[in-house]
Design a protein. Structure first.
Length: 674
């Protein structure tokens, strides 16, 4: 089951109904401190059956409505395997009911004539009925003829046997029809409304009560993970309790030990030393099965008799003189290892078929480079579980997937949310975080310098859409695309980046016109001397000629921007229509006849001035932002990876060295100490 959306109302700072749409993999909630991000995470926990509301959860303005509020409602989509389980379980139950109905009706057929015979032989003798009267008595219908055909239910050796017992007075009068796949719902809703109320499920009313009850095993469990400030790889018996050192609880579980039953192990003796040795063997086996890349590492538990503790140590072939500590390795190792281990502890303490992982300000104490690593850790966890995290850090924004982000703010209406703070609305999101984008280049490992101010907007949008549509595989969180405007700025920025430590991989991109070629000539000696890759676009073209879906997305974007400009200048009414239609017709008239010889950008300038009746050229940045928003909203299934766009993305990936996305556990255990 996947959480599709959640609605929260009357919960702490969330007064009005706030609906948050959840991504299938990772959802990022942005917002400043004290604006309700943590409240949202805590609200989600109440979808667990064992997490009830308290009076303190009720919003102050809803104090007299404790029967209706707080309210948390989650919509979950069912997987194909879950729907298949429901179909088989329900049809097995219905088939059992139908079998019992037949048995009941057959017994009725047999019992009724016997009663007539007994009454005929009883004393005193009953009068003989008139001839033919017996044949006139109504007979019970044959259920074998009227019952619907029994659908064949697939069964495997591992299938669950569905056996249900019913009392006759619970059976319906008529046999039940067996369901087909289309009868099984595609989503269900879990809701908890009111301080003292339980979680209520809806969407499965068609099914038998016991089938609905058994299906609860598939309900995902939501787990909230607080920020990890320090990995503690040593534990005492008291600290091993639930809610204490969850990392070491997970280590004990990995070692085949039950933490709540391991208090005796902390008293060192020959017996407990042997138990700890065998537990270490199991720990090694379990971890190596989970992370095949860490075969060179050996883990062991050891007594620290001086302090009455048990420590986790790592034997690393690259370190000859001492055992190493998990807490002293790289940030990527620490976060991945600790999160996986803590989650394993949670899974053992609260077993469930699946989990939704909630993170409150993850990586808040990490250096920006460590936060970039943490992004990959969260992506890896999302391969198995849905991930939702809240942050106020610029470096926890995932630039590769901008549509995953939501902006949370608090005003006089309480905590509210904006589901689309990306692209054209990034300014409001970043302003809310108290941050600017310019600082991100200081931590970029891969830099592409461009010519115009609109170029970075187009390049980011192109890559993001190609990745989302499955046409490219790049991780652009460590990529900075930056405009240089003038040639002299290009020279200065190149030298600054080249003198920085560590030096990023740099590539230079210019337009294919005379100005772009002159720019490359201006810095040619520096490019040659330092072997910096550079590329002019096709002859006579700019970035607008290389973007995908020019006709379907770019033209409406130009028309929409011109429309806003005309309204702002008082040349059109706010509700005036057909501006995009006019622009599209003008585009068709020139494009189809092959008259667009000056390039897409110059065409946009000309048609905008003509239709908009404006004297100056429209803002390239304004059009670019409008295009980027529309491209990201364009259906992935309809995305066309144009040759020019594909070639440009491949060049950026190769020459700037932009890495592909990859699961962290493919390399994490081989990281050296930080």
């Amino acid at each position: 089951m996947k959480l599709q959306s959640v609605m929260v109302e009357g919960y702490r700072s969330i007064r009005q109904c706030m609906e948050v749409f959840i991504e299938p993999t990772v959802t990022v909630v942005l917002g400043p401190n004290d604006h309700g991000k943590t409240n949202l995470m805590n609200a989600l926990l109440h979808l667990n059956k064992d997490t009830s509301f308290s009076q303190d959860d009720l919003n102050w303005d809803c104090a007299n409505q404790s029967k209706e509020f707080p309210s948390v409602r989650g919509v979950f989509t069912l997987s194909d395997s879950e729907r298949d389980w429901l179909l088989k379980a329900e049809n097995a139950a219905r088939q059992e009911i139908n079998d019992q109905i037949r048995e009941r009706d057959e017994e009725s057929d047999e019992d009724e004539p016997e009663e007539e015979d007994e009454s005929a032989s009883a004393e005193p003798p009953a009068p003989v009925p008139p001839a033919g009267a017996a044949n006139a008595q109504p007979q019970p219908p044959s259920t074998m003829e009227t019952a619907p055909p029994v659908a064949e239910v697939d069964s495997d050796e591992d299938d669950v046997e569905y056996e249900y017992e019913y009392e006759y007075d619970e059976l319906p009068d008529e046999p039940l029809e067996l369901l087909t796949p289309k009868d099984i719902p595609t989503f269900i809703t879990l809701c908890r409304c009111g301080v003292s109320n339980e979680v209520v499920e809806s969407g499965l009313e068609l099914l038998q009560p016991h089938v609905r009850s058994e299906f609860e095993q598939y309900f995902p469990r939501l787990e909230l993970i607080d920020p990890i400030t320090k990995l503690s790889d040593s534990v005492s018996a008291e600290e091993l309790g639930k809610g204490e050192n969850e990392f070491m609880r997970g280590i004990f579980y990995y070692a085949g030990l039950v933490p709540d039953e391991s208090g005796h192990l902390f008293e060192q003796s020959d017996r407990t030393q042997m138990q700890i040795t065998r537990a270490s063997e199991q720990l090694n086996k379990t971890l190596k099965e989970s992370w095949s890349q860490g075969t060179s590492l050996r883990f062991r538990l050891t007594h620290n008799s001086k302090d009455g503790r048990i420590d986790l140590q790592i034997e690393d072939p690259s370190v000859e003189s001492t055992y190493v500590r998990a807490s002293r390795r790289s940030s990527g190792f620490t976060h991945y290892f600790s999160l996986k281990t803590i989650l394993y502890s949670r899974q053992q303490d609260h077993p469930a078929e699946s989990y939704i992982l909630l993170f409150d300000e993850p990586g808040v104490f990490l250096h920006p480079s460590g936060q970039f690593d943490l992004l990959q850790v969260l992506e890896t966890l999302a391969l198995e579980s849905q991930v939702i995290y809240v942050t106020h850090s610029l470096f926890m924004i995932n630039k590769t997937f901008p549509t995953r982000h939501r902006l949370i703010m608090k005003d006089n209406r309480g905590t509210m949310i904006d589901g689309k703070p990306y692209v054209g609305k990034w300014r409001s999101a970043l302003s809310a975080l108290g941050l600017t984008l310019t600082g991100s280049i200081l931590f970029a490992n891969h830099v592409v310098l461009t010519e115009g101010d609109s170029d970075p907007i187009y390049i980011y949008a192109m890559i993001q859409k190609a990745v989302k549509a499955g046409k490219a595989n790049l991780d652009i969180n460590s990529l900075a695309v930056m405009s240089t405007s003038e040639s002299k700025n290009t020279d200065v920025l190149l030298r600054l980046l080249w003198e920085s430590n560590p030096t990023p991989r740099v590539a230079l991109l210019s337009d294919g016109d005379k100005g772009g070629k002159d720019r490359l000539d201006y810095v040619a000696s520096f490019l040659r001397e330092n072997e910096i890759p550079n590329k002019p676009l096709s002859n006579g073209t700019s970035i607008e000629d290389h973007i995908p879906h020019i006709r379907e997305v770019y033209v409406p974007a130009v028309a929409a921007y011109v429309g806003k400009l005309m309204v702002m200048l008082g040349k059109a009414k706010p509700d005036e229509t057909k501006l995009e239609e006019k622009c599209l017709k003008s585009f068709d008239a020139t494009f189809e006849k092959g008259k667009v010889t000056q390039g897409v950008a110059e065409w946009a300038n000309a048609v905008s001035q003509e239709i908009g009746e404006i004297k100056s050229k429209p803002s390239k940045v304004g059009i670019a932002r409008e295009y980027a928003t529309r491209l990201l909203d364009w259906p992935d299934a309809e995305y066309r990876h144009d040759n020019r766009a594909k070639a440009l993305i491949e060049w950026i990936q190769k020459e700037a060295g932009v890495p592909e996305q990859h699961p962290v556990d493919q390399r994490i255990l081989e990281d050296q100490d930080a």
